[in-house]
Write a protein that binds this ligand. Structure first.
Ligand SMILES: [Zn+2]
Length: 394
């Protein structure tokens, strides 16, 4: 595997951390080969990561080297931790994640999140309980990440729109959590985007450039990754697949966004439960959901041609048989040449996807802040200009 990323500066540091997380004990020259750079190009980043304690040198014997010990680099899993929170409509999941991407503690609390003040109190109590239960030095907590079922604007730092939790719309969540939890670094992210990042760094997307994550739940959303970066678009609202129109005639089922015919209004877990309550058999209801999903997903795959589409969420967990129906329905609508190119994958991370994606964002922010303040590193302006020797590798 090789990564087609710029290895200078911040992007390079992130890539080094990602590779060492997935492939511990890489040597400097192996790292350079994977990143298509020279070991000299990576010197600054590796030194900064070593000096600040994010990674350490390790020795191990490997077969094929005559039994001689060889030097490698590995992450220090215990270097830093993140608290991450996945907010659902009726459940909140709170986790502690170490630097290696291991969930070291997890709490699942059933509670309605519709009243925001009560919801934030429940979340804060769970965070305090989790942090106090672990013997981790206070300075090792890098920050808090929160995934929400709504559109989040990182510029104004407000919830732009949350159709399933209307009371959360317009709230300055980062500031609310910062004040109420006492944790300085707070990152808020849309739930599908956080899950897409989790799969990108820790799950089905670890070795692909372009992918899409689709959340099939009470809400339906997507996170789009191009060249290993999350695509945000204006207002950070790329990926609202739940509001793609699939049936303009379903006037009786109004979507949370106020319109009719949205995918979310006819193929969400809520819609599925409604079909069952109306007397439809489970098999018939799942076929209806799969048919609508295939209509939207097939069109989007034809338009974007992603390498991988990962699907996850409560609907698939509650009704595992839906997976086969959904794959059939989608594949029946994608172009012939994409049949063997675009892979549909059931999320290997499940409910852990957003929790891990948020942790990666928290760690990235902490590393960047170390990079800015560490006296041994060069300034970001210099990092952006690799030396001329390395140019032949681009
Ligand atoms: Zn809608």
């Amino acid at each position: 595997m090789t990564m087609s990323h710029n290895v200078s500066g911040r992007a390079g540091t992130t890539q080094i951390v990602h590779l060492l997380r997935n492939y511990p004990h890489l040597s400097r020259s192996e790292l350079a080969t994977l990143l298509r750079a020279t070991p000299a190009t990576l010197t600054h980043q590796v030194r900064m990561l070593l000096d600040t304690g994010w990674i350490r040198e390790t020795t191990a014997r490997r077969s094929g080297t005559g039994g001689r010990p060889r030097m490698g680099l590995s992450l220090d899993n215990d270097a830093v931790y993140a608290v991450t929170v996945s907010v659902g409509l009726t459940t909140v999941v709170v986790a502690a994640v170490d630097f290696g991407g291991h969930i070291v503690a997890l709490r699942e609390i059933p509670h309605s999140m519709s009243a925001i003040a009560q919801g934030i109190t429940v979340i804060n109590d769970a965070i305090q309980d989790l942090v106090e239960s672990l013997a981790v030095d206070r300075q090792k907590w890098a920050g808090l990440g929160v995934a929400i079922p709504g559109i989040w604007d990182p510029v104004s730092k407000t919830v732009v729109f949350s159709p399933n939790l209307p009371e959360w719309s317009g709230m300055k969540l980062g500031e609310l959590f910062r004040r109420s939890s006492g944790i300085e670094t707070v990152i808020v992210e849309n739930d599908a985007d956080a899950s897409a990042l989790g799969e990108l760094w820790f799950g089905a997307g670890r070795e692909v450039q372009d992918m899409m994550y689709v959340l099939c739940d009470v809400g339906i959303g997507a996170g789009l990754i191009v060249n290993r970066e999350l695509v945000r678009g204006q207002d950070n609202s790329v990926g609202e697949i739940g509001h793609v129109s699939v049936n303009s005639c379903t006037g009786e089922y109004r979507c949370g966004c106020g319109r009719v015919g949205c995918l979310e209004s006819v193929a969400s877990l809520t819609a599925l439960n409604r079909y069952l309550a109306e007397g439809m058999t489970t098999e018939a209801a799942l076929n209806v959901v799969a048919d609508y999903f295939g209509t939207a997903l097939g069109s989007i795959i034809n338009m974007l041609s992603p390498q991988v589409v990962v699907l996850g969420g409560a609907t698939l967990q509650t009704y595992p048989v839906l997976w086969t129906l959904l794959v059939q329905s989608t594949r029946g609508r994608i172009l012939q040449h994409l049949m063997h190119k675009t892979q549909l994958i059931l999320s290997p991370l499940g409910v852990h996807a957003p929790l891990l994606g948020l942790a990666a964002l928290v760690f990235e922010q902490r590393i960047q802040s170390d990079q800015d303040t560490h006296p041994g590193t060069v300034s970001p302006a210099q990092w952006a200009n690799p030396d001329t020797d390395s140019l032949k590798f681009y």
